[in-house]
Design a protein around this ligand. Sequence first.
Ligand code: HEC
Length: 146
Amino acid sequence: MRQRAVLPPPWQFFQKASAGAKLARRSVFFAVAVGLGSAALSGIGLGYGPLALADPPPAPAPERGRELIRLVRQDCGSCHGMTLRGGLGPALLPENLSAQSPPALKYTILFGRPGTAMPPWQPFMTEAEADWIVTQLLRGFPEEAK
Ligand code: HEC
């Protein structure tokens, strides 16, 4: 029984085609999941009302708070400047942001600005954490603990 079934050409084609179909199905699933996820997030956001964030946004647990401060200072800082005075991205100081509505800033952070270098951060933080970051940016963002 060392014989291996060698499929005739039409079957080989079918096998290849079905592998392709599987891939296509997978990417459709992915697109739907991402779509639903964003829809759910913006649905929650609308609940907050057009002009205010959850008031006041809950402070993250101390350890997560330190992580978020580090994220903003390091990762956001790589584009917005370590002192948040601007770089590739605009300054994120209170005087630069206060003209914008907090929810608009939150959505910029969560979903990025398509067509610009500003990436979406929604995979890395919850909506409540984005609220907290916006509130802190508008107050003058805390320094990393030394
Ligand atoms: C890869 C570079 C890059 C990184 C990293 C980045 N940003 Fe941005 N960000 C930009 C750019 C570029 C813009 C301006 C987009 C535009 O032209 O509207 C922007 C815009 C913004 C704005 C809107 C500012 C305004 O005046 O309208 C906010 C708020 C912001 N970013 C917050 C953040 C935060 C918070 C992080 C980290 C969690 C972050 N960004 C990380 C590039 C970046």
